[in-house]
Design a protein around this ligand. Sequence first.
Ligand code: C2E
Ligand code: CA
Ligand code: CA
Length: 467
Amino acid sequence: MPDSVQKLAALTARVAELESERALTLRLAQTDSLTGLVNRGAFTAELCERLEAAKQDGGQVALFVIDLDRFKHLNDTLGHHAGDLFLAEVGERLRCDTEPGELVARTGGDEFALITTGADPARRAQRLVRLLAQPHMIYGRMVSPGASVGVAVYPDNAADAGDLQRFADMALYRVKLKGGRRWSAFDAELRDENTRRRTLEAELRRAIPAGEIEPWFQPVIDSRDGRIMGVEVLVRWRHPEQGLLAPAAFVPMAEELGLIGRIDEAVFEAGCARAAPWVKAGLIESVSFNVSPRDLMDPSFSRKLIGRLGKTALPPTALTVEITETFLLQDLALSRRHIERLNAKGVRIALDDFGTGYSNLRALMHLPIQTVKLDRSLICDVAKDQRVAKLVASMLHAARALGVRIVAEGVEEEAQAIFLRAAGCDRMQGYWFARPMPADQMEMALKESRAEPSGRFAAPPRRRARG
Ligand code: C2E
Ligand code: CA
Ligand code: CA
C-alpha cells in the first residue's frame, strides 16, 4: 500500500476515534450518572427547542416538575446509599413509563421533570403521582415517599421556557404546602400571585438604592439592673404607598430573588452608622444584626462582612451576628469557618430562634457560639406551664455551665421577666420592655435610660434593680 494511502487510513481511523470520544463526552455531559436520565442542562436545552418547534407549528408543550415528598426523611433514616437506590428506582420507573415523544430528566437532588407534547396534561400528571406513590423495597423495608407534580402548559400559561419552569414550580410549591402526593396545574390564582410578586420584585429593586430600607432598633435589657445593654437591628421597608412594612412582608421574597444580601448590606451600613456613636458614648455595649441563611452559604461571607465592618465606626467587639440553627446544621464545616473567622476579629455569634428547630445540641455544642437567643415560643409559656418553665430553667443552667450567654426573646409580660431573671437569664428582649423603634427614638430612649435606668426600661418592679 502506498505510504499516502496508509497515512490517510490512519488519519480516518483517528478521526473516527475522536468522534466517538466526543460523542461519549457529550453524552456524559448530558446525562445524570445515578439514573442515566438526561440532566438539567440538556433538559432545558430540549425544552427551548420544543417550544421553538411548537411556535412554528402551533403545537402544545406541557412541562411537569416532579419532586419526591419525603425523600429527605428516607435519606436521614436509611442513609445516603438507600437514598441513591431509591432515586435510581424512580428514574427507572419514569423511563419505563415515558411514551414516544416524551422526555424525562433528573433536574436536581430529588427533582425530576417531564416534557410532553400531545397528552392530556391532567391525566398525565395523575398517572405520574400514582406511579411514584407505589412503595419500593430497600434493605428489606417498604418505603413510599410519594411525589408531587406541578404542571404548566405552553401556550396556555406561558410563552417561554423561563416562565414555563417558574409557573410549573409555583404549582408544585402550592401542592407541597398542602402536604404533597398530589398534582396541581398553574391557574388564575397563581397568575395573580405571580403578578403580585413581579410588582413587589420591581419595587424592592428600586427600594434599596432609593433608601427606603431602614434599620429599626429593639433594646436588649440587662436582667440584673434593667439597663439597655445592646440593640438588635431589625429591617423595615418604608414603602411609598403601603407605608411601613415588617420583614415578613418582603424578606422571604427578597431571599427567593437573591436580593436579601443587598438588603442586609444596606441595613448593616445604616445600622452601624446610627449605632456606632451610641457604643462610643458608652450608651450600649453591643449591636446585633440578622443575617440571612442564604448569605451564609457564600463561602466569602465572613471575609466580606469583616471588610464592610472595617469601613464603619463600630468596633468589632461590639458586633454580634445572629445566625439561625437551620443554616448552621446545613453545612457545619462552612459554619465553623465563618464563625472562627468572625470570632478571630472579636465579633460575637448568637444562635437565633433557639428552641424552634430540631435543636441538635450535640452538633451545636461543638461550634464556638457565644450567645443563644431563646425563642419567643418558649418564653410565652414560662409563666403558665410548669414543664416549659423547667425546660427553660435547665437550658439556662446548661448555658451557664458552657459559658454561653442567654438572651430571652419575646418577653411580653411582667411574670415572664420575673421568672427569667430569677432563673438566671442574663438578657431579655421583648415588647414588655420596648418594641422595635426608629433610630431617633432609640437614641432618645438610650439617653433617658442612662439618666434614669430604673425608669421606662426598669427591670420588673417587684425585684427592683440596683441603680
Ligand atoms: P428575629 O431575628 O427573631 O427578630 C425578632 C422578632 O420578634 C422581630 O420581628 C421583633 O419585632 C419581634 N419581637 C420582639 N419582641 C417581641 C415580643 O415581645 N412579642 C412579639 N410578638 N414579637 C416580638 P420583626 O422585626 O418583624 O422581624 C422578624 C424576622 O425578620 C426576624 O426575626 C429576623 O429573622 C428577620 N429580620 C429582621 N431584620 C432582618 C434583617 O435586617 N436581615 C435579615 N436577613 N432578616 C431580618
Ligand atoms: Ca434575630
Ligand atoms: Ca429570634
